[in-house]
Design a protein around this ligand. Structure first.
Ligand code: CS2
Length: 486
């Protein structure tokens, strides 16, 4: 089979594959999206596809990769079309048509700024992962020493960072007398809209005070809670999907059936009626976001570190391990008092089901990535709230201990771990200097203030993590999980 998915081959797809029935050439340029990963393609682009299909053709998406050309190279020859497969027993497939253009930012920064400054662009959305926000993970402040921030301040017309692009495009729109776009962060950060607004404001103030005043007064950054589990696409996925489609798709995406999007309804230049595609538009996203970041993502990180150490390749494999599944349920129960929503039992039960989905091969290694950027909001936020209320933090301490063992770089069978994290080198250096003895490793890693902030010196946390790491080192991840499960 050599034919490729494209506008021309859409009509040949099997009848059970949903596909755009709208005129893609007639779509407007309403949205520019920064960060063309699988998550965007399985989530916001799919919601937007449904809105376009219902007749509002203003919202074509220009998607930008901020680093690599890989996705553009895969999707450009297929007219930016791709298949989205829902992985469960059934495996429905839809071809998504909402992405109309792809720009690789390092190749064409001016073209990206120009598209962001296009009169039709009303929304610039972002899924760039936690580390691309160049923030100090513990304090949340802009890391002004970050190389890309310094580069962008020196080269405002050829930026590299999200803030460089946003500031350049905001300034260009302003100079052209155009209304500002709304900045829609769709990453797993606490109060993601407010967070991006304050980082952008800080960046703009380093560029010029006038631009900063404009950002402060005119740029809206609504908060969002985004949720869908989207594992990295594998060659097995590609082969299975090509068989279903009858044509090749160089980069399809696979996702669980569940999807949720809660959006603060604060857009300055209009928005798609995403509520008609299942999104919730509200005035206060914070409780939903805490629920999702702390219960889903916090559990995910625990499954990733404990599961990986115990030798489980995927989340579903780890959840098939009774000790780890029981630990995750206890961790969620311990976290629940820190989430200001009632009746979380059904939500927690649904998370356990989603984690068990055997059709998703979501690698523990994938989720374990960038832990230094993830632990603060997923695990340490709840720890602070629990400590303030004198509630138990033992399960959170075991999760931190499992992260410590993971970033120390050796699994339980003595095999090296490929640790991917912007702080990997620093963490490895610390681990090498202390050796694996828990009584030395735990305090040394807990002392990394960029991650633990004020918790570095908290005696209760220090003691709990030291104990958890001792248990983990002596008994291994499975037995430690069983010991901590309630
Ligand atoms: C995961 C998330 O990789 C990770 O860190 O926890 O990508 C998670 O799958 C999504 O946030 C689910 O909505």
């Amino acid at each position: 089979m050599s034919a490729r998915l494209s506008n021309a081959t859409l009509r040949d797809l099997p009848a059970d594959v949903a596909r755009p029935a709208y005129d893609r050439a007639a779509l407007g340029h309403g949205i520019v999206h920064l960060g063309l990963g699988a998550f965007h393609r399985a989530h916001q682009a799919a919601y937007t596809d449904a809105i376009i299909a219902a007749g509002d053709t203003r919202w074509g998406i220009t998607a930008a990769s901020l680093r690599s050309p890989d996705t553009r190279d895969a999707l450009a020859p297929q007219d930016c079309l791709y298949a989205l497969e829902q992985r469960s027993q059934t495996g429905q497939i839809a071809v998504i048509g909402s992405i109309t253009d792809i720009i690789v930012a390092p190749e064409a920064p001016a073209a990206l700024i120009a598209r962001m400054a296009h009169p039709q662009t009303a929304i610039v959305s972002l899924t760039v992962t936690e580390k691309a926000y160049c923030r100090d993970p513990a304090s949340g402040a802009l890391d002004e020493a970050d190389a890309s921030i310094r580069h962008d301040l020196a080269n405002p017309q050829a930026p590299r960072s999200v803030f460089g692009f946003l500031a350049a495009a905001i300034a260009a729109r302003r100079a052209a007398g155009l209304a500002p776009f709304t900045v829609l962060c769709c990453d797993n950060l606490p109060c993601n809209g407010q967070t991006v607004h304050s980082l952008l404001l800080r960046f703009a103030s380093l560029r010029d005070a006038d631009l900063a005043a404009y950002v402060a007064g005119e740029i809206a950054c609504p908060d969002t809670m985004v949720d869908r589990i989207v594992p990295a696409t594998t060659d097995t996925d590609r082969a299975r999907i090509a068989t279903r489609l009858g044509v090749q798709d160089a980069w399809p995406v696979v996702a669980e059936p569940f999807t949720q999007w809660v959006i603060e309804d604060r857009f300055t230049a209009g928005r798609p009626a995403w509520e008609n595609a299942g999104a919730t538009l509200t005035h206060n996203v914070a409780p939903f976001e805490a629920m999702k970041l702390r219960l889903l993502n916090g559990s995910h990180s625990a499954i990733a570190y404990l599961g990986y150490l115990a030798g489980h390749e995927t989340v579903a494999d780890a959840m098939g391990d009774a000790a780890i599944a029981a630990f995750v349920a206890t961790l969620m129960d311990r976290t629940t008092p820190t989430v200001a929503l009632p009746d979380l039992d059904r939500y927690k039960a649904s998370l356990l089901d989603r984690f068990r989905n055997p059709a998703l091969r979501h690698r523990t290694w994938q989720i374990a990535m960038d832990g230094s950027q993830k632990l603060p909001q997923r695990i340490l936020g709840p720890v602070r709230d629990l400590l303030a209320r004198d509630l138990p933090i033992d399960c959170h301490a075991l999760t931190i201990a499992a992260w410590m063992r993971y970033v120390a770089g050796m699994d339980e069978r003595g095999q090296p771990i490929d640790v991917r994290d912007p702080m990997a080198a620093e963490l490895a250096r610390i681990a090498a200097s202390t050796g694996p003895q828990p009584e030395r490793l735990a305090p040394a890693l807990l002392n990394v203030s960029a991650i633990f902030g004020d918790l570095c010196t908290h005696p209760v946390l220090g003691e709990a993590v030291a104990q958890a790491l001792a248990c983990l080192t002596q008994d291994g991840a499975r037995r430690a999980a069983a010991a901590y499960a309630g």
